[in-house]
Write a protein that binds this ligand. Sequence first.
Ligand code: ATP
Ligand code: NI
Length: 378
Amino acid sequence: MTLLDIENLRVTFPVDGGPDVRAVDGVDLSVETGEIHGLVGESGSGKSVTARSIMRLLDGARVESDRFEYRGEDLYAKSEAEMRSIRGDDVGMVFQDSLSALNPVMTVGEQIAEVVRHHGDVDESAGLLSELRRKYVTGTSEDAPSWRRAVDLLETVGIPDPASVATTYPHQLSGGQRQRVMIAQALGGDPSLIVADEPTTALDVTVEAGILDELRRLCDEFGVSILLITHDLGVVAETCDSVTVMYSGSVMERGSTEQLFENPAHPYTEGLLRSVPEGGAVDGELTTIPGSAPDPTARPAGCPFRDRCPAAFEACSDPLPEHAVDEGHVARCHLYTEGDDPGEVTWDGATDVDGAATGVAGAADDPGTASPTEVTDG
Ligand SMILES: Nc1ncnc2c1ncn2[C@@H]1O[C@H](COP(=O)(O)OP(=O)(O)OP(=O)(O)O)[C@@H](O)[C@H]1O
Ligand code: NI
């Protein structure tokens, strides 16, 4: 079943004295119940803006879409009060920077207990006055159901000695433990969906692996769906069931993790895969895609990746097509517009003659335009 279903999302930031910034430029995104869906792309591609649009946390931005449904209901038709109860309850959020996301002057147990009470799982008043009294005077009693639930949740996310960790303040914990606390807090509202924006980016690899395992387990054991935002395809390979690849505000490709890793169809995806060992980088040599993403106020027409793409040709200035590579696997790339498989794109600045050149020449009027754009080193 589809839990989150977004079609043609456009997010525009008006800028004083300058052109508007179209941060998200026609994105389709769907998350199925019980899956971990990866949203991947380089810095600035619009991942966080897309995530924040789900919480309706984009002050000052113009948000438009053809469909924006969560559990079959239009999220943008909801009142602000309804949104408040969705945020933090039905949809939990985990951010990269736990130190600023958590309250520095409240114990972590208190912060989780508050979410538990707010969700109404326990029979304790969550009214403003009783919350203020707890916060500044009494604290939550360690016998209270909400506190016991907080300790349970800390245990659920793999924190050893949860009862004593519950009484500590965020700064007393390691970065990895704080991320686990944030996940426990998100779980306090008993959410159907957790939006995790780069939850492990600031951590070292062993700590990261532990937290990714935890997310995987929450999904498998509790059926929580997760939208996992990352710029790291290695994280996707390790954790996600399916994935959407974004570039400069647009979706380049989407499919199951297996489809994407075994049969990447968009040259951008191929380029990203060359930068991770899981993507089969040749001889362990990891490379990044030369060049940088266009300024969102000055994107080229058509495919935003075309200036960096080794397979770019004339048709790439036309609007992005949707090419069905396979069931559930879509590439938005002109190489396929004539229905040919372009074969392998070689990244040393030339396209594979047997593969891409034929496919490309078939699609372009003038075979001469099929020659790759100049690719510079570094
Ligand atoms: N409040 C804002 N006003 C104007 N432009 C914004 C605003 N917020 C984001 N943007 C622009 O939107 C684009 C997408 O930003 P976003 O934060 O979604 O990227 P991202 O993919 O999450 O990148 P990163 O990996 O660095 O977190 C960027 O060009 C950014 O400068
Ligand atoms: Ni981001």
